[in-house]
Design a protein around this ligand. Structure first.
Ligand SMILES: [Zn+2]
Ligand SMILES: [Zn+2]
Length: 227
């Protein structure tokens, strides 16, 4: 059963079985407009800050920073199978997506694709947190989730603990598209985006297939080297 108390403040949640109460959630999500490239606060509602606009960055949409309260709970999905927070964070992500669409900073994708785990890792863990998140987004937004078109060609070292350069090297040619995808726009779904090495590597595959990619995640860890 899901806990009936907020995981963050431990107060009783009376509305429904959600892991985080509305007050904690509201205090922990981004409060204003955020650059979709680097995650920095923007003064005006735009997709990118000036720097990211020039460097042709991927759009990464998240409801919160990994460094503000909620990031810990996103980590708990993967490491402690704390699935109670998926629903509440997916809802917060959808609020952010809809806000960006209404400000014309984003166009909704025609399909969702979860960042895959290598089959060995999937067997060890028993689930792919990115897929669970993508599944929830797919049913709430009524956007199809494409399974089995993207896979990992080899087991890579865990990205955590590697430097930016080593992360990119670690992932080089680690993914493959197995089938043709008949849409023009997809959103790649992951739990956390840190340096963006994983999603950038996958985006290259889509770019060569002439498919536009945006990235949706539950939290982003703003890269310290991007400014
Ligand atoms: Zn709370
Ligand atoms: Zn930026």
């Amino acid at each position: 059963m899901l806990p009936n108390r907020c995981l963050m403040c431990h107060q009783h949640i009376c509305s429904d079985n959600r892991g985080i109460c509305a007050v904690c959630l509201q205090a922990s999500i981004y409060q204003g407009d955020i650059c979709l490239g680097c995650g920095r606060t923007l003064q005006l509602a735009m997709a990118f800050c000036g720097k990211c606009m020039l460097s042709n960055k991927l759009k990464v949409v998240a409801p919160c920073s990994y460094h503000q309260g909620l990031g810990h709970w996103v980590g708990q999905i993967k490491y402690q199978t704390q699935f109670a927070v998926i629903d509440v964070l997916v809802d917060a992500l959808i609020v952010r997506i809809n806000d960006l669409v209404s400000k014309e900073c984003l166009v909704l994708p025609q399909a969702l694709i979860a960042v895959p785990l290598h089959k060995q890792r999937l067997q060890q863990r028993g689930f792919n947190q990115a897929w669970l998140i993508a599944k929830a987004l797919s049913s709430k937004l009524n956007i199809p989730l494409l399974d089995g078109c993207l896979y990992r060609t080899r087991a890579t070292e865990p990205q955590a603990g590697l430097s930016g350069k080593r992360r990119r090297k670690n992932l080089h040619n680690a993914f493959e598209l197995s089938t043709q995808i008949n849409v023009q726009r997809v959103a790649l779904v992951d739990d956390v985006v840190t340096t963006g090495a994983t999603v950038n590597e996958i985006a290259k595959l889509f770019a060569s297939a002439h498919i536009q990619v945006q990235v949706w995640c539950l939290a982003r860890a703003e890269a310290p080297d991007c400014g």
